[in-house]
Design a binder for this molecule. Structure first.
Ligand code: DGL
Length: 273
């Protein structure tokens, strides 16, 4: 396959959460162009079945390929857990997920070999973090906890609200009792409440943000495949955003968290792909 190194990278998520991953790509790979797709009409993925998430992911991959991307980052943890293995077998284009990079770093960082994972019901129920962590270090014990209320709280903008602190305290108590020393933020939204989670878990627990690790893995992958952008082609809009619903709402959220002004977000009909 002949791939243009100056083509954009495709990034997708069930909605706004994957912007935490796009943000790390913007910071760490500033020469790369991005086509982002947020499935705002069908979010959340976290409580849907594997088959449904796989079908949605296949449609999005087809859309991103129609935009001429050179590689794809599945920024959504639930889609990475449920769909990545299969779509990788179906596609020639390089596709990265967010689970493996986070698990790799957590396995490297843990000293007492007790690692916690928080995420959606789908991601935690899939057991995929445990599978990767054990691959990297069989002596690691993994404790998962689904935290489904975090996503709506973040989308409501209640990042430092007492309600969020209360909810986080209740979810995380179980993991505190397990005396983990490393915690994977296994959902796109959680880096946005990182400080609340850090306060509750205390200094003895290192938090792993897979968004950052995924950006670094993308850098390695593009280097290895000789696909790093030459950075010579300047474009007025190096970052393009597409959604399946409520483009203006998405744009407002994006502008609240990205270090870049999102001028235009377009709505497309993802069911056509
Ligand atoms: N993006 C999803 C994830 O990282 C969270 C939101 C959802 O449930 O769709 O798992």
């Amino acid at each position: 396959m002949n791939i243009d190194r100056n083509a954009p990278v495709g990034v997708f998520d069930s909605g706004v959460g994957g912007l935490t991953v796009a943000r790390e790509i913007m910071r760490n790979l500033p020469s790369e162009k991005i086509v982002y797709f947020g499935d705002t009409a069908r979010v959340p993925y976290g409580n849907k079945s594997r088959d449904t998430v796989l079908r949605f992911s296949r449609q999005i991959i087809r859309f991103l390929k129609s935009q001429g991307v050179k590689a794809i980052v599945t920024a959504c943890n639930t889609a990475s857990a449920f769909a990545l293995d299969e779509i990788r077998q179906e596609e020639e284009i390089p596709i990265l997920g967010v689970i493996e990079p986070g698990a790799r770093v957590a396995a490297e960082k843990t000293r007492n070999k007790k690692v916690g994972v928080i995420g959606t019901v789908g991601t935690v129920g899939s057991g995929i973090h445990e599978a990767y962590l054990k691959k990297f270090d069989p002596s690691v014990t993994v404790f998962g906890k689904a935290c489904p209320l975090f996503v709506p709280l973040v989308e409501e903008g209640w990042l430092h609200d007492p309600v969020t602190v209360e909810v986080a305290g209740r979810y995380l108590q179980e993991l505190r009792e397990k005396e983990i020393d490393t915690l994977i933020l296994g959902c796109t939204h959680y880096p946005l409440i990182r400080s609340t989670i850090a306060d509750i878990m205390g200094d003895g627990v290192q938090l792993v943000n897979p968004a950052y690790e995924t950006a670094l893995e993308l850098l390695h992958l593009l280097k290895e495949k000789n696909l790093l952008s030459s950075g010579t082609e300047k474009e007025e809009f190096p970052y393009r955003f597409y959604v399946s619903d409520l483009a203006d709402k998405f744009k407002d959220f994006a502008n609240s968290i990205l270090p870049y002004d999102v001028a235009v977000t377009r709505k497309i009909d993802i069911e056509n792909y």
